[in-house]
Design a binder for this molecule. Structure first.
Ligand code: FE2
Length: 464
């Protein structure tokens, strides 16, 4: 395969990796960090250790964690690679061994390297770095050292979505793993104490890329969307995954603890969804809110095959009526957005507010602001990062002992393209029109990445 890395935009600018793992304490703060904002923001993202072999996709790079720990109004920073088995093998080799998802799987290794580069979840006293093609990795906080693959004492029987869902009321964690062989999806429930309780198959007609899902208090919602896997495409030297816009979307609703045959499928027009904002129950309906694209070019490598209307995610709702079997889809706003988050103390319940990244009108996935949706009032408030400044996923951090849903902060890394510097931006989630609460200056560039999480002081103190 030809190496195309010299012109790959995901290896340039602030998509380019940083090489140094550093620790810095204390950091300069503009504004004031509230004393009740205490814990650690950790964000995952791709950061290739070596020059990639073959075509490089943004999803391929080795996971690197960037953490900002905040306590008593002071902040410190550290960044660490997730030291996966593949990372260690490539470090010893002094070069890349695996190519990425745009290339055929490697026959003499694990196929694709578990990059552990996508997201993080805190559950049962353990921080996990996630990647949807393999097992999660246990991460020690607050040092961000990798403890190793986490397999639930060998019970893990599937891959592990980057986006597990923790029920804030029961403490259970739901996850799934997909593969390209029947039954294509396996769904699991982990007890509040961290024991993997059960795994059941979710049978699909064919293999698809299933990046996210959703929960309500009683149901789990799967998205069987037409990003299909076809081995014949790989034999032709094309990516195995492709979006097929003539196929419909299917949404499966399963009682949380139900058996495989209790899932109910609802069909709606073709689309792709990377991320869900939330889901909840209302009367006879299950409501899903997510970032919907009419199509995606995410695995299209030939420019002439790109759909010019693809890759424009907008907030949509789907109302699945469990008594009539009908589905009603509605666009909630026409602004391109991604990286949706809610106050996760209310995950699976009806939330009034949603927080998303506002996509800049650029060919690359850049975010020029944060939007707070008031879904009850049908109102949006935007914080613009400023000229040449781009952020990432903004995570909602609830204020300890808060009594209203939006009492807390939004935190995200922002990169200033003119200055070449990064900062952690802390916004007042109750009023995005106000000046930032604080800007924490990071002593090195933080590349654009994927998902983050907030580990509270209470969780840090209780970590295993
Ligand atoms: Fe994701």
């Amino acid at each position: 395969m030809e190496t195309t890395t010299a012109v790959n935009p995901f290896l340039e600018g602030n998509f380019a990796p940083v090489r140094e793992e550093m620790t810095s304490d204390p950091l300069k703060v503009i504004g004031e960090l509230p004393t009740d904002l205490s814990g650690m923001f950790v964000r995952n993202g791709p950061n290739p250790q070596w020059t990639p072999i073959g075509q490089y996709h943004w999803f391929d790079g080795d996971g690197m964690l960037h953490g900002v720990e905040i306590r008593h109004g002071k902040a410190s920073y550290r960044n660490r690679y997730v030291r996966t088995r593949g990372f260690e093998i490539e470090q010893k080799a002094g070069k890349a061994v695996w190519s990425g998802i745009l290339e055929p799987p490697q026959p003499d290794s694990d196929g694709y390297k578990n990059a552990a580069n996508t997201a993080l979840v805190w559950h049962a006293g353990q921080l996990l770095a996630t990647w949807e093609g393999g097992a999660p990795h246990a991460i020690e906080v607050s040092q961000l050292e990798t403890k190793g693959e986490y397999t639930y004492n060998g019970k893990l029987a599937s891959a592990f979505t980057a986006h597990p869902k923790v029920d804030p009321v029961t403490g259970e964690m739901m996850f799934f793993g997909y593969s390209f062989a029947p039954p294509f999806v396996k769904y699991s429930i982990v007890s509040p104490q961290g024991e993997l309780l059960r795994t059941i198959p979710i049978d699909l007609p064919m293999g698809v890329m299933m990046h996210d899902f959703a929960i309500t208090a009683n149901y789990t919602i799967f998205m069987d969307l037409p990003m299909t896997f076809n081995p014949a495409r790989m034999q032709r030297g094309e990516p195995g995954l492709m979006f097929e816009r003539d196929r419909p979307s299917r949404f499966g609703i399963l009682p949380r603890h139900g058996d495989s045959d209790s899932i109910r499928w609802f069909e709606s027009p073709s689309c792709y969804v990377f991320h869900t904002l939330n889901a909840y129950e209302e009367g006879d309906e299950v409501v899903l809110i997510a970032c919907r694209m009419s199509s995606t070019n995410v695995f299209v490598t030939q420019p002439e095959q790109r759909d010019p209307d693809g890759d424009i995610p907008r907030l949509h709702s789907w109302r699945f009526n469990l008594s009539t079997g009908t589905v009603r889809e509605e666009m909630l706003d026409d602004v391109p957005i991604e990286f949706p988050r809610v106050n996760e103390n209310l995950l699976g319940r009806k939330t009034r507010y949603g927080y998303v990244g506002k996509m800049a009108p650029t060919p690359l996935p850049l975010f020029d602001g944060s939007i707070k949706y008031d879904l009850q009032a049908g109102y949006a408030q935007t914080y613009e990062y400023g000229k040449g400044r781009y952020g990432g996923e903004a995570v909602f951090v609830p204020r300890p002992d808060a009594t209203v849903e939006d009492d807390g902060w939004l935190v995200t890394f922002v990169y200033d393209t003119d200055a070449g510097t990064s900062e952690l931006l802390v916004l007042n989630a109750q009023d995005l029109s106000s000046d930032p609460v604080a800007r924490v200056l990071i002593p090195q560039r933080v590349p654009y990445g994927f998902h983050g999480t907030w580990v509270s002081q209470q969780q840090l103190d209780a970590s295993v």
